[in-house]
Ligand binder design. Structure first.
Ligand code: ATP
Ligand code: MG
Length: 604
C-alpha cells in the first residue's frame, strides 16, 4: 500500500523522504490487515479510558508521549514529526499523551507549553471523523484506576508480589550480568497475602519506600529488566491531575505499555534505549490479555535511533541547568534548542519538519550537522522573507554637494526596491535618500586593503537602490577612530533611471537615510556552543559555551519596518535573516533577533 497523499501543510513530498524502516513495517501491517476489525479493548467499565474514535478500527495509531517535566526540544521535534507524520501519511491517528506518572516533577506549565509547541510545529491531535472532531489528547494519570486493577489481577495470578526488602537489599539481590538474582524472602508469599499487602499499600497503611510491588518473572534472565521489575511504589506526593487520591504510583515501565494498549496504539515508536525494555513490554501486555483485561492484537514497540545535533545539547537536565544558572534567559531564550527558543529565534516549523523528514528513521543513533538544519531554514526563508536594508554598526555619511545638486539641504530623493527579488506580487518598499545617511562601518576604509571595492577616498560606489557617490574623505576622533565620512553624489545616476548605468562602479553598499531611519535593538545571535559535541568526554558541557552567542547592537532600519509586527521575518540585505522578537518587540521600540547569517560561517 502506498502512503496516502495528504493536502496538509505538514505533508512532505514522498520523493524527499529519507530511508525509514518504520514505513516498511506499517505498510506490511496494513497489507496484512493486522489491525483491521480490531475489537475494542478492555472491560466495559473502562470504556471512558479507551481511545476515542473507535468507529474506525483499521487505522494505525501512533503516539507522542512526553513527560511534562520540561520544555520540548529539537530531539522531541524529531519524535513528533515521526509519529504524527506516519499517522498522517497512512491515514491513521497520532495521540498526544502526557506520561504523567511521576507526581513530583510534573507541572501544568509544562503541559500547556508542550501542547502549544506541538501545534506550532504543525500537528494536531484533533481528528475529523464522521461524528465531528475527536480529540486524541490523553493523560496517563487517567488510567491509574485501570493500572491498579491490572496490578491486583497480576497478583491474583501469581505474577506479581509485594516485596518488603529495603531498596538496598533489593539492589544487592538483583545480581549483575554474571550473577543471577537471589529471590527475595517475600517472593514465595501466597497471592492472598500479596493482595492484602497491596491493598494496604494503596490505603496508605505503609510508609514511603517501605515496600514495592514487583513482577514475578525471571531472576536469572540475562536481561536485568526481567529480574522482577518494580511495578508500583509508595510515594506521598500531590499529582497535578489526581491530587492526593493516590499514595502509590506506577513505574513508567509498567504504565507505558498499558497506556499504549488502552489507547489501542498499533505502533509504539520509541528511541533505542528502550530496546531492552521490549521483552517486559510484551510480557506485561500478553499476561494482561490472557487475564482478559486487554484485547488482542496488542501494540508493538519499535525502536529507532535518537537524533543528536552538533553544537546542541538535548538533555532536559542540562537545558534546565542553563536556565537555572541564568546562562540563558529562560526556556525560550532564542539560543535554546527548545521549540519555544527556536520559535523565538525565528526557525520556521517547515524547516524543522524538513530536517526531521530528511533524517528518516534507522536503527542507529545519528548525529546531524547543525549546518544541515540551518540549510533547511535558509531554504525556507529565502523564498518568503521580504527584504529590507538595515545598518547594524552605523557610521554617518554626508553628501557634501547635496544643496548644489538638489537646491536644498532638506531635499529627499524618493527611492524604491522590490520587497522580494523573485516575488513581484509582494510589491515595493519606499524610502528616501537625503544629504545624511547611515552606512555600515566596515563598508568604509581609510586605506583600503587589496580587493576592497567599497568606500574609500577617491572611490565611487552605488548606494543600493539610490545613487552613485564618490568618497572625498573622513573625520576621526583624537584616538584615530573614524567618526564620519564625506562623499559627493554623482548627479543623474539614480537606480531605475536611464543614467543609472552611465557610471560604472565595482561596489554597492547598503544604507538608510538619517531623516527616515528607524532605530532598533538588534540581537545578533549565534550558536550557543562553540564545540560540535558540547557534552562529549569528561568536560563540563558549560565549558563549551560560545562566548559570542549573543552580541547586542543598536542599529538603523529602513522606514517601512516601523510598522513590523511581532514574529515577522525579514532578510536584511547582506546581513542575514532577522525576526521581530515575539516577546519584546513593540511598535516604537523594535527588537529584532538575528535568525541566521546568509551563509554558514562555521565551515560545517
Ligand atoms: P527524560 O525522559 O530523560 O526526561 P526524554 O527526552 O526522554 O527525557 P520525554 O518527555 O520522555 O523526554 O520524551 C518524549 C519522547 O521524545 C520519547 O518518546 C523520547 O524517546 C523522544 N525523544 C526525546 N529525545 C529525542 C531525540 N533526541 N531524538 C528522537 N526522539 C527523542
Ligand atoms: Mg523519557
Amino acid at each position: 500500500m502506498k502512503p496516502v497523499a495528504s493536502s496538509s501543510d505538514a505533508a512532505a513530498p514522498a520523493e524527499n523522504r529519507a530511508a525509514n524502516f518504520l514505513r516498511g513495517i506499517i505498510e506490511r501491517d496494513l497489507a496484512a490487515g493486522t489491525y483491521a476489525g480490531r475489537p475494542f479493548g478492555g472491560s466495559p467499565g473502562d470504556a471512558a479510558h479507551h481511545a476515542r474514535g473507535a468507529a474506525d478500527p483499521a487505522r494505525i495509531r501512533t503516539r507522542f508521549p512526553p513527560e511534562p517535566n520540561g520544555y520540548l526540544h529539537v530531539g522531541h521535534a524529531k519524535s513528533i514529526c515521526l509519529n504524527f507524520g506516519l499517522a498522517r501519511d497512512y491515514g491513521g491517528v497520532c495521540h498526544l499523551r502526557f506520561d504523567d506518572t511521576n507526581p513530583e516533577r510534573e507541572e501544568q506549565e509544562y503541559v500547556d507549553a508542550i501542547e502549544e509547541a506541538v501545534k506550532w510545529l504543525g500537528f494536531d491531535w484533533n481528528v475529523d471523523g464522521p461524528a465531528g472532531s475527536v480529540s486524541h489528547l490523553y493523560f496517563a494519570s487517567d488510567y491509574f484506576d485501570f493500572m491498579y486493577r491490572a496490578a491486583e489481577a497480576l497478583v491474583g495470578a501469581g505474577l506479581a508480589y509485594v516485596d518488603e526488602q529495603g531498596a538496598d537489599q533489593m539492589r544487592a539481590n538483583r545480581g549483575d550480568f554474571n550473577t543471577p538474582g537471589t529471590p527475595s524472602p517475600f517472593r514465595s508469599r501466597t497471592p492472598e497475602l500479596n493482595l492484602a499487602r497491596l491493598r494496604e499499600m494503596r490505603d496508605g497503611r505503609h510508609a514511603d519506600g517501605a515496600m514495592v510491588l514487583r513482577a514475578k518473572i525471571d531472576l536469572a534472565s540475562p536481561n536485568i529488566n526481567l529480574r522482577d521489575p518494580t511495578l508500583y511504589r509508595i510515594r506521598r506526593a500531590t499529582h497535578h491531575n489526581t491530587g492526593d487520591r493516590w499514595c502509590i504510583y506506577p513505574m513508567y515501565t509498567y504504565a507505558h505499555p498499558i497506556e499504549d494498549a488502552l489507547e489501542r496504539i498499533t505502533h509504539s515508536i520509541c528511541t533505542l534505549e528502550f530496546e531492552d525494555q521490549r521483552p517486559f513490554y510484551d510480557w506485561l501486555l500478553e499476561n494482561l490479555a490472557d487475564l482478559g483485561l486487554l484485547a488482542r492484537p496488542l501494540p508493538r514497540q519499535y525502536e529507532f535511533g535518537r537524533l543528536n545535533l552538533t553544537y546542541v545539547v538535548t538533555s532536559k537536565r542540562k537545558l534546565r541547568q542553563l536556565v537555572e544558572d541564568k546562562v540563558v534567559d529562560g526556556w525560550d531564550d532564542p539560543r535554546m534548542p527548545t521549540l519555544f527558543g527556536m520559535r523565538r529565534r525565528g526557525f520556521t516549523p517547515q524547516s524543522i519538519r524538513a530536517m526531521a523528514d530528511g533524517t528518516g528513521a534507522s536503527k542507529t543513533n545519528i548525529w546531524l550537522e547543525y549546518a544541515v538544519l540551518e540549510a533547511h531554514l535558509r531554504a525556507d526563508l529565502e523564498g518568503q522573507a521580504p527584504r529590507a536594508m538595515a545598518v547594524l554598526d552605523p557610521l554617518p555619511l554626508t553628501l557634501t554637494n547635496w544643496v548644489e545638486v538638489f537646491g536644498s539641504a532638506a531635499h529627499v530623493e524618493p527611492c524604491q526596491a522590490p520587497a522580494h527579488p523573485q516575488r513581484p506580487e509582494l510589491g515595493t518598499r519606499q524610502f528616501g535618500l537625503g544629504a545624511q545617511v547611515w552606512i555600515e562601518r566596515d563598508d568604509f576604509a581609510q586605506t583600503p586593503p587589496k580587493g576592497f571595492f567599497r568606500l574609500f577616498p577617491g572611490n565611487k560606489v552605488r548606494l543600493k537602490y539610490g545613487m552613485v557617490v564618490e568618497c572625498t574623505g573622513c573625520e576621526t576622533d583624537a584616538a584615530g577612530h573614524v567618526t564620519g565620512v564625506q562623499a559627493r553624489v554623482v548627479p543623474g545616476t539614480k537606480s531605475g533611471t536611464p543614467g543609472a548605468d552611465a557610471v560604472k562602479v565595482k561596489g554597492t553598499i547598503t544604507w538608510v537615510g538619517r531623516h527616515d531611519a528607524v532605530p532598533a535593538e538588534l540581537r545578533l545571535y549565534d550558536r550557543l556552543f562553540a564545540l560540535a559535541q558540547p557534552d562529549a568526554g569528561e568536560r563540563d558541557f558549560r565549558e563549551a559555551l560560545n562566548p559570542k552567542s549573543l552580541v547586542a547592537a543598536r542599529g538603523w532600519l529602513e522606514p517601512g519596518l516601523a510598522s513590523a509586527l511581532p514574529e515577522q521575518r525579514f532578510q536584511f540585505e547582506r546581513h542575514g535573516y532577522f525576526i521581530t522578537d515575539r516577546v519584546l518587540h513593540r511598535a516604537g521600540a523594535p527588537v529584532f533577533n538575528r535568525i541566521t547569517t546568509l551563509k554558514d560561517s562555521w565551515g560545517g
